[in-house]
Structures are given as structure tokens and as C-alpha cells.
Design a protein around this ligand. Structure first.
Ligand SMILES: Nc1ncnc2c1ncn2[C@@H]1O[C@H](COP(=O)(O)OP(=O)(O)OP(=O)(O)O)[C@@H](O)[C@H]1O
Length: 296
């Protein structure tokens, strides 16, 4: 297997491929054990990562777009992926985070931002083709900006011996969250197992919702139409039992034994939707850590 030979090579020479040391089995285990209630994301992300790292000369970069409500694990899953792809995990200098709120604060500077972003991506890819770029809060990104990124997502970039097709791009947003939540709610009302939800129930509806969101960075960008995004990954809203697992996990992290009454207090303090049926947590597991500390 040529991949194993190149992995071995990279182990011998740390600088080779910029500390890219994929461990898909580890990712699979970590996912199964630590990510709750996201069977679709698990399957889609693990399979996409596996296919990508096993292809020695990918035809295009791997482009994933994560969608779903707040606190359902989008950022968490991107960190898991990074942890199992790079030797230094999230500390790797080849892992780049980008947030429009932090980096693109002024609408009037869009042209400037575009040029900076292009230079920045190009510079980082020249330093290492195995770079990973995480674009957070895509629904707050000025739509014009994405056109600058689009050429990097396609098959055309092999320049001066650096192979831009080995990069990974992850886009994160809440866009499509309403559609995902509605489908999850319909399944719940029909007493169907949430694990029966398939990408085919959601994929097209998510991209329609994204395209219809005028604030979204992908709006009018053709990125979804041109198939530059390889995988649309839906994150389902979390049920109280998933939040309970997050509570258990948080207590374990703090070295404290699980207490049912504490978990109950945390669960009762959360907001759920729909309001009357209280089916899903409105903030997923997002505020669990601080609530656990409050009730301890
Ligand atoms: N499905 C999940 N399984 C396990 N832990 C989770 C899950 N979802 C969220 N968490 C926990 O909650 C924390 C917050 O979640 P995370 O930041 O990944 O949410 P998000 O979907 O990126 O939200 P936002 O859209 O608001 O950025 C994570 O660090 C993790 O500890």
C-alpha cells in the first residue's frame, strides 16, 4: 500500500508533509465514543477522511461543509478531525482558523479582505500543501469574499511543485439548521429512529436553504452548484439523553463521579424546542460545562 510507505517516510522525516500523520482508525474510535447523536456526521466525515488520505494524488482538495444548530458538535468534530490528521493536532502550524467576525469586521473593506485572504491561503498552501483551513460562521461572511476562495477548492491548482489539491477546507455555519431540525422533529413525531435519517432526507434541502440565505458566504457563489463542496454534513439537534452524555463526560473530565440529581438540574435549566414538547436542546451541549460548574 503506497500510502503506508509514505506514512512511514513521514514518520522518519518529521518535516515531510508538514506533520500530516493521519490516523483514521483513531478518528473512527474517537468519533464513536465521544460524539453523541450524530450518526450522519460520523459516517460522512470518517468516510470522506478515509478516502482522502488513502488517495495519494487527490484530484481536488477535500471540502466539507458543516451545517446545524448551535452546540451540536460542528467545531468539536472539526477539532477531532484535526487531532487525528496532524501529529501536533490543533497546535499544528498548518491548521488555520478563520472567523469573519474576527477577521472581516468592516463591510467597506471587502476588496482589501479579498486580496488579503487570497494571499493568505496561497502563502499557507505554498508553505505546505497539506494545510487545513477552517472557516467558521460562514453565515456571517460577506458573500463576495468566497469567490476568492473558490479557485482553491477545485482541481486546478498545482503550482511550482506545490500541490494545492492535498489541502482540506471545512466550512461551518448554522445555515440549514432549521431544515435539519424540522426533519429530525418529523422523525421524532412519527416515532421513527433518528438513526434512520439519511443524507438524502437533508442534503438538497440544506443547500437550498444556504443558497436562499442572503447573508451566507455561499450565497450566489456557485460553490455548491459547481460541486466544489464534496460533502454536506448535517448536524442533528440533540435530545436530552445526548446532553446527559455531555454532562457525564464533563464530570468525568473534572474527575467527579456522575450524579443523577445534578444531571437533572442541568437538564431542567436548559431551553428546549418546540417549547411545549421540549424535544431538542436549543443550545445542544454548548453550555453544559458552565452549567455543570454552576450546579456542582
Ligand atoms: N454531538 C456532540 N457530542 C459530544 N459533545 C458535544 C456534541 N455537541 C457539542 N458537544 C460539546 O459541546 C461543546 C460545544 O459544541 P461545538 O462548539 O462543537 O458546537 P457548534 O455546533 O460548533 O456550535 P456553534 O454553531 O454555536 O459554533 C463541544 O466542545 C463539546 O464539548
Amino acid at each position: 500500500n503506497p500510502w503506508e510507505i509514505s506514512t512511514l517516510h513521514c514518520r522518519l522525516y518529521d518535516f515531510c508533509e508538514c506533520g500530516f500523520q493521519p490516523d483514521v482508525k483513531g478518528l473512527e474510535c474517537d468519533f464513536a465514543r465521544n460524539v453523541y447523536g450524530q450518526h450522519l456526521a460520523q459516517e460522512l466525515v470518517v468516510n470522506a477522511a478515509k478516502r482522502f488520505v488513502e488517495t495519494e494524488s487527490p484530484k481536488k482538495p477535500l471540502v466539507l461543509s458543516f451545517h446545524g444548530w448551535s452546540g451540536t458538535g460542528k467545531t468539536f468534530v472539526s477539532s477531532l478531525l484535526i487531532k487525528h490528521l496532524y501529529k501536533d493536532g490543533t497546535r499544528s502550524p498548518y491548521v488555520h482558523h478563520f472567523s469573519p467576525i474576527l477577521h472581516f469586521t468592516h463591510a467597506q473593506k471587502v476588496e482589501e479582505y479579498k486580496e488579503d485572504l487570497k494571499q493568505w491561503i496561497q502563502g499557507n498552501l505554498t508553505a505546505c500543501g497539506r494545510s487545513i483551513f477552517v472557516f467558521e460562521e460562514m453565515d456571517k461572511m460577506h458573500p463576495g469574499i468566497i469567490n476568492v476562495i473558490a479557485p482553491f477548492l477545485g482541481p486546478s491548482w498545482v503550482v511550482y511543485g506545490s500541490n494545492y489539491r492535498k489541502a482540506i477546507f471545512i466550512f461551518i455555519s448554522n445555515a440549514g439548521g432549521d431544515v435539519i431540525n424540522q426533519v429530525a422533529l418529523d422523525f421524532w413525531r412519527e416515532r421513527k429512529d433518528r438513526e434512520e435519517i439519511q443524507l438524502s432526507d437533508l442534503g438538497a434541502a440544506i443547500s437550498d436553504a444556504v443558497m436562499a440565505t442572503a447573508e451566507h458566504g455561499f450565497w450566489q457563489s456557485q460553490i455548491l452548484n459547481q460541486s466544489l463542496v464534496d460533502v454536506i454534513v448535517p448536524f442533528l439537534p440533540l435530545r436530552p439523553n445526548h446532553v446527559r452524555q455531555c454532562i457525564r463526560n464533563e464530570l468525568e473530565l473534572q474527575g467527579i463521579q456522575y450524579k443523577d440529581d445534578l444531571a437533572r438540574s442541568v437538564l431542567e435549566s436548559l431551553v428546549y424546542f418546540p417549547e411545549d414538547e421540549r424535544v431538542f436542546s436549543s443550545t445542544g451541549c454548548k453550555t453544559v460545562a458552565s452549567r455543570v460548574n454552576y450546579f456542582l
